[in-house]
Structure formats: C-alpha cells, structure tokens
Design a protein around this ligand. Structure first.
Ligand SMILES: C[S@@+](CC[C@H](N)C(=O)[O-])C[C@H]1O[C@@H](n2cnc3c(N)ncnc32)[C@H](O)[C@@H]1O
Length: 254
C-alpha cells in the first residue's frame, strides 16, 4: 500500500512553536484533514488540498483521512497543540481498531507538538515541575460525574491539574462547578493559572488564588492550571509573578 498518513500536532498557535518535524510533514502531504481554524494556520501551496470539517466530527474525519491514505494519497491529519492530547490521534486509532484490516498496514506516523499546558506553564513559571495530570472538562464524551470523581481524586492526591476544554457556549457551567468542588478540597490560597491563547498575539495570562478564581476568567482558548497545596508564587516588582512546583514533597499527615 503506497498511501501515507501523518497525524501532526502544530503546537499552540505560534509559528515558532511548530516543530521542524511537523513543518517537514506538512510540506510533504498532499491532503489535509482538520478543524478549519487549525487548517487556516497552515501555509499551503496550490497543490495541497484542504478537507476542513467541524470540530465535533472527529471520527468521521479520521475515517475519511484513512480512506484517502488507503487510496494512495499522502494525507495529513492536523491538530493544534499535540495531536495525541485531547485531539485527533486517538480518533484515528479508534477508526483503525474498528475499520477494515487494510488500514492497519498503512504507513502511519504521529508527529508530536507542544501541547497547550506546556505553553501556558512556560509563560507562568514552572507549575508542572512536579507531579501533575491533565483533565478535559468536556462532558461530550464522558459523564460529568466521572469528571467530578477524577477532579476530587487528583486534587486530593496533591496533583497539579491542567484543565483543557474548560468552557464553551454549549458547556457554560462546568468550570464554575469544578472550581466550587475544588474550593472544598484545596486551600483558598492555591494558585490558579488562566492561560489564554498562549504563544499567540491575543495571549492573556492571569494568576489568582482559588478563592478569587471565576469561570468568566476562561474561554474556550484557555488552559487552566490548578495548583496544589505545595505550589509557590514568587512576586516580582514590575514583572508578572512566577508560579512553580517545588521539587521536594512531604507526605501529608493522614
Ligand atoms: C480540543 S483541546 C485540544 C488540545 C490540543 N491538542 C493541545 O495539545 O493543546 C482544546 C483546548 O486546548 C486548550 N488550548 C489549545 N490551545 C491553547 C492555547 N494556545 N493556549 C491555552 N490553551 C489552549 C484549551 O483548553 C482548549 O479548550
């Protein structure tokens, strides 16, 4: 089979944060599948074809890309950030698992990118410097009760939590509910980082204690980093504060 499928993470949205490996894969591909705003960020030539689709159609998009690769084309599936983090690589794997056997023989490459939480963390200091996890607040593909259980377990175990998909027009209350839940578990002074559009021209960063965190500080381009009781904030005159996770942890008294 001569077709090829590259799943490419293009980084958080700043051209300098797209890796050379991702650039080379983009230059080599003939057909591009992805959410329209991600495809808009690519600098394609006249011979490269866009197949844009809605962000909610991940599995259909994955199947269409696999079919085209199986027909011999050099196909790219494009995600923002890293394609393996709340993005298209998992949808393509799911399509392969349940699809025709010939898709398993395709020349498949997954090219990593800088994911949003790393871009946000780098702007704020080193909040992910010790144990952390990432949770999507989207309840489109999992029940809200499971999200609450995971938030409770992660915060209770002392993990820093990077929240993806914190809020959208279709999911307006989830972040407020999550913050309320976390206020029952974490100290009121726990630092919360709201990193919006990290690396892009419209970037906005805010660092507030949990007691002052509000859901209207985030939009759908925001990654929210919930500190742990150990997270430190260093104030700097005339400069934004630095947030970091100490390298040493004590086991809390039970
Ligand atoms: C569907 S997820 C895709 C994540 C992407 N694959 C990644 O690795 O960053 C979309 C969410 O990623 C986060 N996000 C994406 N780009 C961002 C950026 N430049 N700054 C902050 N958060 C971002 C937001 O939480 C947004 O709701």
């Amino acid at each position: 089979m001569s077709g090829r499928l590259a799943i490419i993470g293009t980084g958080p949205g700043n051209a300098a944060q797209t890796t050379p490996q991702a650039r080379a894969a983009i230059a080599a591909a003939t057909d591009f599948f992805g959410y329209a705003p991600y495809l808009d960020r690519l600098d394609l030539n006249d011979r490269q074809v866009r197949h844009a689709s809605d962000n909610r159609e991940e599995l259909a998009r994955a199947r269409a890309a696999l079919e085209m690769a199986a027909s011999g084309r050099n196909v790219a599936v494009v995600s923002g950030g890293d394609a393996g983090v709340f993005a298209m690589a998992a949808a393509v794997c799911e399509a392969i698992e349940h699809g025709p056997m010939e898709w398993r023989a395709l020349d498949l490459e997954i090219i990593p990118g800088i994911t949003a939480m790393l871009a946000v963390a780098a702007r704020g200091g080193a909040p992910l410097g010790h144990d952390f996890c990432a949770i999507s607040l989207s309840d489109n593909l999992k029940p809200w009760e499971l999200i609450e259980e995971r938030l409770t377990a992660a915060a209770g175990a002392g993990f820093v939590i990077a929240l993806y998909n914190p809020i959208s027009r279709a999911r307006p209350w989830q972040l407020g509910r999550a913050l309320e839940l976390l206020r029952g578990i974490l100290p009121a002074s726990t630092p919360i980082v709201f990193g919006r559009a990290a690396g892009r021209a419209d970037e906005r960063m805010a660092i507030v204690p949990l007691e002052n965190a509000r859901s209207d500080m985030a939009d759908m381009a925001t990654c929210v980093i919930i500190g742990s009781p150990e997270t430190r904030v260093i104030e700097r005159a005339g400069l934004p504060p630095l947030v970091y996770a100490p390298r040493f942890s004590e086991r809390p008294e039970k």
